[in-house]
Design a protein around this ligand. Sequence first.
Ligand code: NDP
Ligand code: KPL
Length: 321
Amino acid sequence: MKYGFIGAGAMGYRYGVMMQENAGIDVDFIDTWEPNVEKVREQGGVKVARDHKNQHIVPINIYYPEEYTGHPDVWIIFKKQMQLADELERDKAAGIFHPDQYAFSAMNGMGHFEKIEKYFDPDKIICGTAMIATRMDGPADVDFMGAENGEVMHMAPYNNKPADEVTKQVFADFKQAKLGPVMAKEWKGMCMSKVVYNAVVNTLCTMFELQMGQFIEYPKVPEMATQLFNESFDACERAGIEMIETRQEQIDSVTTTSHQFKYHYPSMYQDFSKGRPTEVDYINGYIAKIGREHDYVCRTHEFIVNEVHMVELMRKYKHNN
Ligand SMILES: NC(=O)C1=CN([C@@H]2O[C@H](COP(=O)(O)OP(=O)(O)OC[C@H]3O[C@@H](n4cnc5c(N)ncnc54)[C@H](OP(=O)(O)O)[C@@H]3O)[C@@H](O)[C@H]2O)C=CC1
Ligand SMILES: CC(C)(CO)C(=O)C(=O)O
């Protein structure tokens, strides 16, 4: 099958380059971030490293939406939550979406599938999550974090029906690309299991400007994680959302993944450090929202949402001095 990527950023490159290099799959990238597209054209591809080592140029096909005439079977969508609505609208106006196409996304946070559903048949949407860390160090310059074969991701059909033939083929292609796919039975619990993880690691590392390996040096991280996961699980239980991991598994995963991705600044920090808004409203804010909708106040998550917005504001004073 042929794949098109909406978003040639950290995760778009991670999936696309691994699919191209490890599985020989035909891949095209669509991006609206001009310095990125121009840099790929100037240097003859995207600069790729793994854990800061073996940096090399990988030749790729990249297009602005308006230039694109291809017809992939599946679109893989990796944008930041705040960018997605405008991106999809521009892609639609450029005429690159077609009714037969599938869409897969493993973005963090919640809210993206409702937007994707406006452009794709819900029976052709595949939900995902990715415990795969990638740094974008600048336009067309990407660093895959963590050792090879450590990639793990989950996927589930948006309609919660058994996987159809195309979804099975996507799974097989991800497997061949060494992205470590695991099929889940139900998409919402699968996605929320990643949201509640990001609600601990992304926000805390961002506020304190820490790489994950530095963050886990603080001995009380498991205690802080327990407090946040307990609130998240309590809210999800009231909302009838069944997580795919237990509370204890999630608490433990903060320690293991922080060692695994020790040089990684979570994607939220990558926005924070470049003066951009963060995804906090789609992560901790989403947990707090489902809590309130079910008569349960997630006090710590609500506090964290405000703290992250406060550090966003603080940049105006600190980073310009
Ligand atoms: N990165 C990761 O490890 C993971 C990310 N995710 C999720 O995947 C989705 C996509 O995230 P991700 O791939 O990280 O994001 P991207 O790498 O796609 O973000 C790149 C965007 O950042 C902006 N940008 C501007 N200047 C720079 C610069 N100098 N360096 C880098 N970016 C710049 C550009 O947007 P603009 O033109 O608007 O400024 C660009 O489109 C998100 O939902 C994220 O949470 C999920 C798992 C892991
Ligand atoms: C890699 C990981 C899992 C780290 O929190 C992530 O999701 C991110 O950076 O956004």
